[in-house]
Design a binder for this molecule. Sequence first.
Ligand code: DMJ
Length: 438
Amino acid sequence: MVGEADAARLAERVKSEFRHAWHGYRQYAWGHDDLRPLSRSYRDWYVQPLLMTPVDSLDTMILMGLDAEAQDARTLISERIEFGRDIDVSTFEITIRLLGGLLASYELTRDRRLLDLARDLGTRLLPAFGSPTGLPYRFVNLRTGAVKGPETNPAEAGTLLLEFGTLSRHTKDGRFYETAKRALLEVYDRRSSIGLVGQGIHAVTGGWTDRDSHVSACIDSYYEYLLKGWVAFGDLDCRRMWLPSVGAIQRYLADDDGAELWYRHADMLTGEPTATVFGALDAFFPAVLALSGDIDRARRLYDSCYEMWMMHGIEPERFDYRTKRIVNGAYPLRPEVAESTYYLYQLTGDPRYREMGEALFESFVRYCRSEVGYASLRDVVTKEQSDEMHSFCLSETLKYFYLLFAPPETLDFRKVVFTTEAHPIQRWPGVGRSDPRP
Ligand code: DMJ
């Protein structure tokens, strides 16, 4: 049983592990995107760094009350960040990590410099949506607005509304909301006659390029934003799209034998099952189900995810839940199980989620902590580490572990919605726009 004193101790422990990860970045990767923890060096995503780790993790520092670290990061961001670069960036990744990070930190600090940066970045991302369908290209040049990568997927095309909507809120410029909302509608309108989407779609033709349907990579956060667009903005179009979508998921993708609940892969046109593969990314779904009010399925799927984690003491990227064999054994410090633990604790108050969260956190530290920062695992069976610390380790994984144990006044769960990158944004109910398409 994790009592209040234990919870306070665990919150402090998570905070000190965050500090360990951040100080690794501070010492060996300062001014760059990511820390390489084993070689004690850095990785930049593009030819010029965009400060991925500091921007993505600033709100975690603020929530943890790490004032000196947060101040340091804010100074670095305002002095060094420059978005007008001749680089082709990922529309999706830059939106969820940088735009979301800047906006959540702006809401927590009211530092206008962060909002000005967000407005500049959002404006530079807008040309990505200039396809004939309104679906965004995967890449956009931040200086020229040139686009490339028409072959996209529901997750990359449909996980932009919380960030762009929040930018509209603070700039009073409705273009951001409308553009991202249109992209979401365009994905939904191309669903199959049985209500499923595939994992590949072409932004120019609007045709599907891959019919594999599931709740995993390339689709996952599209569903998340249908629900969260409704919760965050009271957007009734999002509600109209979420309800039948989750109905189709339950009908064709849920694999429920009465004992265990999992979600499989199926053909989007026929619903025919194609694979019994589940993975670390899919573990976001208990959180989404819980937020939607489906606590029973959320609890049962969470138990499956916990079993997946405990099989080897840490979760594999993908495994076959029928044969229990690993399909991809890497662990890149993903947050989804911690996220679902936090949601279920918030929404049920059941102390078992803190107990399970403690076990998850202890194994996360045992296997992934390195002398400098945190390291991904190449293989969850051998526990061999690899030289990567993704920014979501600080922005998401450690944030969700912290919030699971932190006192309630740290953040009011019911007043915010977390973006897919765990950036808490204030709810803005009633803004709900109608379909912005001509
Ligand atoms: C994060 O960038 C986001 O959570 C995204 O939605 C999925 N992948 C990573 C974390 O696993």
